[in-house]
Design a protein around this ligand. Structure first.
Ligand SMILES: [Zn+2]
Length: 201
């Protein structure tokens, strides 16, 4: 599953030749391009907006241009940089896929694109570190985030309907203790995924 399927990836995470400075340098995030050049940028995850303005030198966001930084429920900071305009405010709670601004070319940038990075911390200096120590690989982070998020998104009513309609009759019809145990484990997986306590083991 590619979290950036609507974008063209123009520069990956990791060591690269810097497009403006022309030296090898660690790239703290990914560069992504969407059309048109002022296309809407939507949040990859929900969270709280901690920063929604031009990145000041020395703030942890120098050269990032207009940026939006959003803290997710795990405490990681998602940075959307070089925006042409911003459509959210500091302190605002936003949903996944909510528009945070428009793609742009503000700050140190060689053309309209989104620089997106995920920082491990939100302070000090919005979690900025000079080395790669403070960031994670964005594609993998989102893939992990979405796959775990889906588990807790199972609706309680849906989970219990599956358990009552399919698993309980199957448990009653199971011929061996191992089969019963496996069905019980599946039911508990659904209970945990929908925020309910386990009932088996
Ligand atoms: Zn970048």
């Amino acid at each position: 599953m590619n979290p950036f399927e609507n974008f063209r990836l123009t520069s990956p995470f990791g060591m690269r030749m810097h497009p403006v400075d022309k030296v090898m340098r660690f790239h703290r995030g990914v560069d992504l391009v969407i059309s048109p050049s002022n296309g809407n940028i939507k949040a990859f995850v929900a969270g709280e907006v901690l920063h929604a303005k031009m990145g000041a030198t020395g703030s942890g966001f120098g050269n990032y241009g207009n940026l939006v930084a959003i803290r997710d429920d795990k405490g990681y900071l998602h940075v959307y940089a070089h925006l042409s305009s911003i459509s959210v405010k500091g302190g605002q709670k936003i949903d996944k896929d909510q528009v945070v601004g428009k793609q742009g070319n503000t700050g140190k940038s060689s053309g309209a694109h989104l620089h997106y990075e995920v920082r491990k911390a939100c302070s000090p200096s919005y979690g900025y570190t000079a080395t790669e120590a403070g960031v994670v690989e964005p594609t993998k982070y989102l893939q992990d985030y979405y796959s775990k998020g889906e588990l807790v998104k199972v609706d309680k009513k849906d989970a219990n309907a599956i358990i009552d309609t399919y698993l309980k009759p199957a448990w009653g019809a199971a011929k061996t203790p191992a089969d019963k145990q496996e069905i019980g484990r599946l039911a508990d997986e659904l209970r945990v995924a929908s925020g309910q306590p386990k009932q088996n083991g």
